[in-house]
Design a protein around this ligand. Structure first.
Ligand code: PGA
Length: 240
């Protein structure tokens, strides 16, 4: 793991965006994946700025979303798909060649899962996967206890995730399941960039980076990835 400690959220966002842009420069036909959540907002804005400034060309690149709450489409407030559209894709003045955004509201969620796998098989492996980290160490919706061998799957949300999710939905929606790229697909990415900011992430970042590799802390698996960057602000790095 290459650990990059940044002075603040803005620097974390810019560094992660620059590393992701490097992957597209190395392979203009890259398949890339960014997460939803509070952490990546600045990173996706910074990446869109690089695209719009002509510093990276995505005309031949593809984008696939990481995860979604089962029951939500990309029109629904709090969904990862809406985050993707509103914070990232709608800012791009030039589009990707192609997109695959998970629909958590699909009538046949198993078919949606298969479609996610098929997309990554067709155009993958991922050239770059940017990831946030949950308070329980989850990556996407690879919750604690997840099987590291899985590709895309539908998974019950952990109690920690259910507690944290009120920040996205208030009391309006109580999802029970997530649909997510699996650890096998994340580990097959040519580059992984884990981002985290804030003092509340310091303990889980310490466990992920310095602790035992265990599915009790899914992000710890990234210690075994050959090309993983951990880009954190000083507050999240406090225990490293
Ligand atoms: P957050 O979520 O960026 O909103 O903290 C991170 C995650 O759960 O992956």
């Amino acid at each position: 793991m290459k650990i990059i400690v940044c002075k603040d959220y803005e620097e974390m966002s810019a560094r992660a965006a620059a590393l992701a842009a490097d992957s597209v420069r190395e392979n203009p036909q890259a398949l890339i994946s960014f997460p939803g959540g509070d952490t990546p907002r600045g990173m996706v804005h910074a990446f869109a700025d690089l695209v719009n400034a002509g510093e990276v060309d995505i005309a031949r690149a593809r984008y696939v979303s990481l995860d979604e709450w089962v029951g939500l489409s990309n029109e629904d407030e709090g969904s990862c798909g809406l985050f993707n559209r509103a914070e990232f894709l709608s800012r791009l003045q030039k589009p990707f060649l192609d997109l695959h955004i998970i629909n958590g509201k699909a009538e046949d969620i198993e078919a949606e899962r298969r479609a996610l796998d098929a997309y990554i098989v067709s155009y993958g492996p991922l050239d770059v996967s940017v990831l946030g980290i949950g308070m329980n160490g989850h990556l996407g919706f690879n919750e604690d206890g997840v099987d590291f061998g899985l590709n895309a799957h539908i998974i019950p949300l952990s109690d920690t995730t259910k507690r944290v999710m009120t920040k996205y939905f208030g009391e309006k929606f109580h999802p029970e399941y997530g649909i997510s790229q699996g650890i096998a697909q994340i580990m097959a990415a040519k580059k992984v960039i884990l981002i985290a900011n804030g003092a509340h992430k310091a303990e889980i970042i310490e466990k992920a980076v310095r602790g035992e590799v265990t599915n009790r802390v899914p992000a710890s698996v990234l210690q075994n990835h050959p090309n993983c960057y951990v880009v954190v602000d000083e507050a999240a790095a406090a225990r490293l």
